[in-house]
Design a protein around this ligand. Sequence first.
Ligand SMILES: [Zn+2]
Length: 221
Amino acid sequence: MEMCQEEGATLQRGMNFRFKGGTSIILMSLRRGAPYEDRIEDNGKVLIYEGHDLPRIANGPNPKTLDQPRYLTNGKPTQNGLFFEAAMRAERGDGPPELVKVYEKIHAGVWAFDGKFKLVGAQEEISNGRNVFKFRLELTEDQSVVGKTLEPELPHSRLIPSSVKLEVWKRDGGKCVLCHSNKNLHFDHDIPYSLGGSSLTAKNVRLLCARHNLQKHDKIE
Ligand SMILES: [Zn+2]
């Protein structure tokens, strides 16, 4: 299988605060056996994203038995710390919430763009006897393509279940159904939610490249 989205597939780590000085990016997985307990709530509009462990070191303790670190040994924040501080700023109302692009692993080597989210909150909690971070992200209504300055208003959407994404991906051959591009693919609802469309089956979801996805939304508006 080819990679669904180059950006998601080429990132070296799951949490990337202000990646290369730009938008923050996280990778998540809802698959069974995924390393972190990410989950979707509120009808697909909220992502609860778990912070990340210390890296595994040879002959060291299992990172799953240690607190997730907020700081590096040199005192600088880890990715957990950077996202946590941003979430605290949002909770205090010190500026707008951090925008985060989310990619989801739907199959080995296949990452789908899930949309842009707002980082609205975070907390530390005890899980299996250790501290873990939980970040709360809300899907934004702005699902425009990254890098495009004119961002159209789109109907409010929800996340499409992973199993449906995988089915659509396989059926459409990992390509835009209109031009067969395999770059910057989006899962597109044939009928937007606001008009009564359902995402529960693969029937009304299809793969579109960024360009065709935008053109379609222009027409709806
Ligand atoms: Zn296309």
